[in-house]
Design a protein around this ligand. Structure first.
Ligand SMILES: [Mg+2]
Length: 166
C-alpha cells in the first residue's frame, strides 16, 4: 500500500548521483525538484558544485527538466538561471501531471526518466505514480520551511528509517 512512498534510491545530495549510475539504470533524462534539492531555503541559485554537476549530467547526454509546483515566473526564471532548457510549472506534484508533461518535453518514456527530489510525499510519491525512477536526496536546508513542511518531515521518518537512511 505504501510502496509509492519508498524511493528507488537514496543519496545525500544530487551531486552524489553519478551519470554512470543513472545510465546503468537506463536513464536518459532527469526531472529536477528546485527547493531543497538544487537550492536551500530562500537561496536564489544553486552553488557552484551543484551547477557543475548539472553540466556534467548534460555532457554525459542526460536531458534535464525542472519540475516544480511553483508559479510560471519563478520556475521559468530559475530554469533560465541554471541554463536548463525544459521546465514544468504548477506541476501539482504528487500528481502525475507534471511528470507526464516533462516526459513529453524531453521526448522520453517514463522508464527512461529519473526524478530527483527531497520530499517523500511530493517528489517520491509523484515519481513512483508516474513510473519514473525515484531518487530521494536529503533536504539541503531543513530549517525555516514553515509548519507544514516540518510536519511532513516528521511523517516521512518511518519511511526513511525502514531503509536505514537515518
Ligand atoms: Mg523540494
Amino acid at each position: 500500500m505504501f510502496k509509492n512512498f519508498y524511493a528507488d534510491a537514496y543519496f545525500d545530495n544530487i551531486t552524489d548521483v553519478s551519470p554512470s549510475y543513472l545510465k546503468e539504470k537506463g536513464v536518459s533524462g532527469i526531472i529536477l525538484d528546485i527547493d531543497n534539492t538544487l537550492i536551500g531555503h530562500n537561496v536564489p541559485v544553486p552553488d557552484e558544485k551543484v551547477l557543475s554537476h548539472l553540466r556534467l549530467f548534460e555532457s554525459e547526454g542526460l536531458k534535464l527538466c525542472v519540475v516544480s509546483n511553483n508559479e510560471y515566473d519563478r520556475v521559468k526564471n530559475f530554469a533560465e538561471k541554471i541554463e536548463v532548457e525544459y521546465f514544468v510549472h504548477k506541476a501539482l506534484k504528487p500528481r502525475a501531471l507534471g511528470y507526464n508533461l516533462a516526459s513529453k518535453e524531453m521526448g522520453l518514456q517514463m522508464n527512461e526518466i529519473a526524478a530527483i527530489g527531497d520530499q517523500i510525499f511530493t517528489d517520491v510519491w509523484g515519481a513512483k505514480r508516474a513510473g519514473c525512477f525515484a531518487i530521494l536526496t536529503k533536504p539541503l536546508h531543513s530549517g525555516g520551511e514553515g509548519f507544514f513542511i516540518a510536519l511532513k518531515r516528521i511523517l516521512e521518518k518511518p519511511f526513511l528509517r525502514k531503509r536505514g537512511n537515518l
